[in-house]
Design a protein around this ligand. Structure first.
Ligand code: PGA
Length: 251
């Protein structure tokens, strides 16, 4: 049985002050079955730690640089995230792939560096609208997943979280249908199985992301291979995010 995970990706939103109100609302949640995670910007991680320590809610980061320390101006190391209490870190989000030129190989280095610090990566994969139209969804997903999860110890692989986020569904208000998302999430589980076997692939959690809200979350959670959601816009509204968590709890 896989524990559902509801994760909020705040992206570049939330000054320290703005974050405080949202974090206090989220701190009130006390999920029983669902794991709940928020990923604020780096500058609000200390606020997250202050508000969420001792609650049932976890906090994580949106990015990491895959080196221990050194002359990498502007970057944040996995050790720094671990010290900030981060239990998860998003890797390979499509915004980072497209705006910052992140490659499969670089994203894989991040996955490895995070595991070395016992932080669970949330590896994001997903096809663009053009790739889908051209019938290349399976190729893209296979390539991004296989590259991202290569060369892990089986116990690390089992702790992976992979988020299927079709690029065309992110922030567009047009989520994938639950059936389409399930097809790709099942494919992702197959790719994990091909690399690490069924015991591991049964444990890996696969999330759907892209315009998830309180009206559609339940349809995704009913699918066999969807174990939760990575939520952008709707995670910035405390009431909406709380509703999503409450629905996940009843699912
Ligand atoms: P969205 O973003 O929920 O606003 O579509 C999801 C994401 O990019 O992780």
């Amino acid at each position: 049985m896989r524990t559902p995970l509801i994760a909020g990706n705040w992206k570049m939103n939330g000054t320290w002050r703005e974050s405080e109100a949202l974090l206090s609302r989220i701190a009130e949640l006390s999920p029983l079955y669902t794991e709940v995670l928020v990923c604020p910007p780096f500058t609000a991680l200390a606020a997250a730690a202050a508000h969420l320590a001792g609650t049932d809610i976890e906090w994580g980061a949106q990015n990491v640089y895959p080196a221990e320390k050194g002359a990498y101006t502007g970057e944040i190391s996995p050790g720094m995230l671990a010290e900030s209490g981060c239990t998860y870190c998003i890797c390979g989000h499509s915004e980072r792939r497209s705006y910052f030129g992140e490659t499969d190989d670089f994203i894989h280095q991040k996955v490895k560096a995070l595991f070395a610090h016992h932080i669970r990566p949330i590896l994001c994969v997903g096809e663009s609208a053009d790739e889908r139209k051209a019938g290349r969804t399976e190729d893209v997903i296979r390539r991004e997943v296989a590259a991202g999860i290569a060369d892990l110890a089986p116990d690390e692989a089992a702790r992976l979280v992979i988020a299927y986020e079709p690029v065309w569904a992110i922030g567009s208000g047009a989520a994938a249908t639950a059936e389409d998302a399930e097809t790709v999430c099942a494919l992702i589980r197959t790719v994990v199985e091909e690399q690490y076997g069924k015991t591991v692939s049964d444990l890996v959690r696969i999330l759907y992301g892209g315009s998830v809200n309180s009206a559609n979350i339940s349809s995704f959670l009913q699918e066999a291979d969807i174990d939760g959601a990575l939520i952008g816009g709707a995670s910035l509204d405390g009431e909406e995010f709380s509703s999503i968590v409450e629905i996940a709890e009843r699912n």
